[in-house]
Write a protein that binds this ligand. Sequence first.
Ligand SMILES: [Zn+2]
Length: 569
Amino acid sequence: MKKNNKPLKLTIAHINDTHSYFEPTSLQLNISHNNIDYQPFVSAGGFARIASRVEQLRTQTSSDGFLLLHAGDCFQGTLYFSLFKGEANAELLNELNPDAMALGNHELDMGNEPVGKFVREIDFPLLAGNWNLSQEGSKEYPLNGHPNVYHYDEKEKTAQWIEKKIESERVAIFGLSIDKMADIANPDCDTSFESSLQVARATIRAIKRSGINKIIILSHMGYDADLELASQLEGVGLIIGGHSHVLQGDFSALGLASKDHYGVCVNGTYVVQAGYHAMMMGRCDIEFSSEGNITQFIGKNELLVGRRVFMDVDDDVSSIPYEAIRDKVQSHPNVQVCRKHPLIKQIMNEKYRPRVKALQDQKVTTLSRTLRHVRLPDEHGGSEIAPLVAMSFVHTMRSLGHQVDFAIHNAGGVRNSLNRGAISVADIAGKLLPFAVPIGVYQIYGKYIPQIIEGAIDNAIGNGVIGTGSGSYPYTSQLEFHYDKDKPKGLRVSHVKIAGHSLVLDKIYTGSSSAYTMKGKEGYDAILNMMGNGTVTNWSMADCFIKLLSDKPSVVNRVGRDNIGSILK
Ligand SMILES: [Zn+2]
């Protein structure tokens, strides 16, 4: 091992879970002034503000000891993703010029191909050190061996890492993603994820053998997993994380939820995470000793905001201490007022915003009354929207040529009620069904269908199991059932009808659900009895729902309290 390692100073800026939030978010704060609470809005973050702040920090840092890192999950989230998939992310991230990005689970929601395209468009390395690509079959956009992908090295059993040379001293950075990726996303089945802990241990040994003793992990494993990893490892200075949307630091005076102080030190390793949706950025100045330990750590998460503060005003405007509130926001130690970088603004305006704007405004249908969404049925009935969403799966999959008999959709996939009046694409894709999870079809014996329903409801109401919450409650189309919570397990679901006919146990039916549900999560285990793995399309929930409402705009106004299956013919 090389013995002449030197001390090193570094400034690191980091973001995570940006989820295509290139535009600023209108963020509501809670500010207390003279014992009265005010709820002003600020324009928070966005890529144009991140770019300015990064430019500022880069110029302030004398040497080349500045790194910008992204801890994963840039895909999904907004219409920019629905419309442009990874392309807009690649172009706008390239403008930020990060030194590396970790692979997040949402990058793999639609299989490997979108990542394969993405890595061909980015100018920076994608770190996925525990992603084993050695068995990858032949594909149009292969990932194995692509120069921008730093994946698992099957031969060495380590992560591939990048090296940054700063004043003749080298720092190694490698990436780790969630071990159980296949449980929460859709990586192709010929690519798997290795144990992050084992990979980390082997990689640290290999990095040290190469003469480097300053190590940073860029992680998309989640906050608790990062803290746990720090407690298990020796020799890592910093773990920069994402996935949990944890905002470290004290933001209570702004009314924002935050956790811990910035830079929790576990076993000599500092763990940081910087919120979500490109509203915040973490920055820290660190000093490595010649032995590779962090001897100085100063930093914070910054909420990047515009100069103006907005108030909803109902009554007497003059009674609002506008300037005092604005000063309170802007003098907060974790708030950074930031102009928007003209270059990012220009790219957005010229290339992406017009199509997003046009789509947002496009009217899909008009509701003659409010449609209510609840997760669990109550005395007023169940969700009026989730069954329609399930119906849209049947409608869309049939239009693609799949002879679908029924659809099941979990209540948690629908986010809100729909108000009376015009419904735009933005209302659906941006708010009602914001998760671009693809919809699939599968074939399954009738005997398993009651088990699927029972498992999902048991999980939703915690009936004899420790459930994961009401979000798993199943809403259906072309599928009726009766559930009795007091019956013994296995007998709670009865009177099952598919398209109005009694269920035949040994008949094979074709069902449709989201790829998420098809993985048997949240009580849906019985769905795994499907034949093979089913087929996942590239239609998202929002795509299906928009198609149903566009093809049959009046369907929403025919929703009754009873079965809506008969509408679909
Ligand atoms: Zn994530």
